[in-house]
Design a binder for this molecule. Structure first.
Ligand SMILES: *[C@@H]1O[C@H](CO)[C@@H](O)[C@H](O)[C@H]1NC(C)=O
Ligand SMILES: *[C@@H]1O[C@H](CO)[C@@H](O)[C@H](O)[C@H]1NC(C)=O
Ligand SMILES: *[C@@H]1O[C@H](CO)[C@@H](O)[C@H](O)[C@H]1NC(C)=O
Ligand SMILES: *[C@@H]1O[C@H](CO)[C@@H](O)[C@H](O)[C@H]1NC(C)=O
Ligand SMILES: *[C@@H]1O[C@H](CO)[C@@H](O)[C@H](O)[C@H]1NC(C)=O
Ligand SMILES: *[C@@H]1O[C@H](CO)[C@@H](O)[C@H](O)[C@H]1NC(C)=O
Ligand SMILES: CC(=O)N[C@H]1CO[C@H](CO)[C@@H](O)[C@@H]1O
Length: 582
């Protein structure tokens, strides 16, 4: 078309006419919107299918998308409300976007994520040669050279996704004792976009915040115990904590091989299903993935509005819905009861109650020692795995190569890695030694309380397809200890008159308007079904857009602000010419 523009007028008209006859104009970006240009999606909410449609039609390019997301991050990350959701940007993202745009034009898109910008939690490794660090938020890993991309990153790259940058997190995925959620040494204190300084939850805090206001098209988080579910819930987005072994943890800074999972955090289940379909699959570098079913489902096939029809959904009330134990605001319970009515209206049978025989064993007080024991044994594993990760680095300028080094680094650098009493868990993990009989007994007991007398027990006893709970409280723990999936979707918002509480030195919770989610839980590899149930609920209720982020936290930059001026002129001229042929 560039050629057309500079030819004599007659030829221009001919070019334009031919282009129109072959309906090329819309592909090249001359589709006519209200103001003579195409209607561009609002990046606050834009879904992956909408972005793909615009990219395919040539209304904008991936370069435009990267520019727009960079500008949106610039507006609110350190500036403005200072949400501190993003820790680092990928300096080669623009260049990559250009290459992917050209490829789209020549040979079409590789996948639904072709040219789509994604933010990764900062514990997911990306090769250092391309200029980004992988640090879990800690200065002790700044400049470290990882041996290779994380398994999920390899898949994203192959699918043509653009790695936009790294998201802030609760440092070391919250393995820092009593430190506020969303705080890391490198990234500072992140906060939710729904109330100034609100606790974003963690540890995938930045991923949740970034997804909630469109700082990227989609994001990835990781969960060991609640770290996708809770920040998804508190930031009004969808989260999928996949079954352990569905997504590879290779190259992800480890906490527990028996609990860690990587999953999408997005504004809709449609986007989450698209991302999960790309990142799921076997990886020889994470042998837990070898146990997954032979074929990775196309999770977008689960997006069925009628999926709850004829299904049986259980409500495990004891402990999990007892506010005096969960300390959930009563408004969450009220919204949950309404959700049950919606689920019934969608054609499901709600079986209520379906208590977990092991319920009391998840309470933090009373049987605290038991839960602590579980944690302690997880720490034993961390001491092994984290040491392996640190030893496996090709280079680490801080010199940290073991958990012992890490404890020393933090002690030596209080100004960077400051919070008082932070290293309790590191010290305790370091104090463990090897896998003894008690360790294996604890694993067995976890399986017992999570599955045998937990989730699988009630699924079988009441012939259920899934169980449902508010996403806050102890909800995530039974699934965590046995590696079962959770799908969380927006459920509601704390009322405006809620009493503001403190969540840390710089954060508040509860606070007015802070979102909360609804979790669907099931057995191993029921991810597909849970996605379908969440989708039916999401589509029926459309809760997410019932409340937006506070005004200062909403970035203003849109695609129209970044689409190249030169291109705009060309587009304008051609639009004019095309009108002549209408
Ligand atoms: C990553 O860390 C190194 C220091 O080791 C720094 O030079 C580089 O700028 C960092 N990358 C980014 C994108 O901040
Ligand atoms: C930057 O983005 C490009 C495009 O996705 C990707 O190939 C590259 O690996 C990214 N850089 C890093 C450090 O992740
Ligand atoms: C993975 O490998 C380890 C030893 O390398 C082994 O103990 C474990 O059972 C394997 N897990 C699976 C799921 O194959
Ligand atoms: C809720 O928990 C409290 C203890 O914190 C207990 O006294 C009460 O009986 C529980 N309520 C129900 C309905 O189980
Ligand atoms: C998981 O998180 C919940 C909620 O923060 C907590 O009560 C529980 O003790 C944790 N469990 C484990 C095994 O880490
Ligand atoms: C908030 O308002 C609701 C009704 O609008 C009321 O039921 C509730 O008690 C109020 N809560 C507080 C903390 O004032
Ligand atoms: C991308 C970005 O804004 N990164 C910032 C994250 O926070 C640290 C600490 O304030 C800054 O140094 C980075 O520039």
């Amino acid at each position: 078309m560039v050629v057309c523009i500079w030819f004599p007028l007659a030829l221009i008209l001919l070019c334009a006419y031919l282009a129109r006859s072959f309906s090329i104009p819309s592909r090249l970006g001359f589709g006519l919107g209200e103001a003579g240009g195409p209607t561009l999606p609002d990046l606050y909410e834009a879904s992956v299918p909408e972005l793909q449609a615009g990219l395919d039609a040539g209304h904008f390019s991936s370069v435009d998308l990267v520019k727009a997301y960079f500008a949106r991050i610039e507006e609110v990350n350190i500036n403005g409300p200072g949400l501190r959701a993003v820790i680092e940007l990928n300096t080669s993202a623009l260049k990559q976007a250009e290459v992917l745009d050209i490829e789209r034009g020549r040979t079409g898109k590789r996948s639904d994520l072709h040219g789509i910008p994604i933010l990764l939690k900062d514990n997911i490794a990306t090769i250092a040669a391309e200029g980004m660090n992988t640090t879990a938020g800690s200065f002790s890993l700044l400049g470290s050279i990882v041996p290779e991309d994380a398994g999920v990153v390899k898949r994203l790259r192959k699918a043509g996704a653009i790695i936009l940058g790294k998201a802030n997190l609760s440092e070391w995925a919250h393995f820092r004792g009593n430190v506020a959620s969303g705080w890391s040494g490198r990234g500072g204190q992140a906060s939710s976009a729904y109330f100034p300084h609100a606790d974003p939850c963690g540890s995938s805090s930045g991923s949740g915040i970034a997804a909630s206001i469109g700082l990227a098209a989609v994001t990835l988080g990781s969960e060991t115990n609640g770290s996708i579910t809770c920040p998804a819930s508190k930031n009004n987005v969808v989260g999928i904590k996949p079954t352990l072994g569905l997504t590879s943890r290779a190259g992800v800074i480890p906490l527990s091989a028996h609990q860690d999972t990587i999953g999408p955090m997005t504004r809709s289940l449609t986007d989450a299903a698209i991302v999960l379909s790309v990142i799921a699959g076997k990886d020889p570098n994470d042998n837990f993935t070898l146990a997954q079913p032979p074929v990775v489902p196309d999770f977008t096939k689960a997006l069925n509005k009628n999926a709850l029809k004829g299904k049986r959904i259980g409500v495990p009330r004891r402990v999990f819905l007892n506010d005096s134990m969960t300390e959930n605001d009563p408004s969450i319970g009220v919204a949950f009861e309404e959700a049950l009515i919606t689920i019934k209206a969608l054609g499901a049978t709600v079986v209520d109650p379906t208590d977990l025989p092991s319920a009391d064993e998840f309470i933090a007080s009373g049987t605290r020692t038991r839960v602590m024991n579980v944690d302690f044994k997880a720490w034993q594993l961390i001491s092994v795995q984290l040491n392996q990760y640190l030893e496996g680095l090709i280079e680490n300028p801080s010199g940290v190569r073991s958990l012992a080094d890490l404890i020393k680094f933090n002690d030596d650098n209080p100004a960077l890695e400051k919070p008082e009493g932070y290293e309790d868990q590191f010290v305790q993990a370091e104090a463990t030694n090897g896998f003894d009989a008690e360790y294996f007994a604890t694993l067995a007991r976890n399986y017992d309380i999570g599955s045998t007398r937990g989730i699988d027990f009630v699924l079988k006893k009441f012939n259920l397809d899934a169980i449902v709970l508010p996403s806050h409280g102890f909800t995530t723990t039974p699934a965590a200890v046995v590696g079962y999936p959770i799908v969380t979707v927006p459920l509601g918002f704390l009322p405006d008159n809620v009493t503001i509480g403190s969540a840390g030195p710089e954060t508040v919770y509860p606070a007015p308007g802070v979102p909360f989610g609804l979790s669907f839980l099931g057995t191993a590899f029921s991810d597909f079904e849970l996605i379908s149930f969440g989708f039916a609920y999401e589509q029926k209720t459309q809760t997410r857009l019932m409340r937006k982020a506070y005004p200062a936290a909403i970035p203003k930059t849109q695609l129209k602000d970044v689409i190249g001026k030169g291109k705009k002129l060309r587009r304008g001229l051609l639009s004019l010419l095309l009108h002549l042929f209408d």
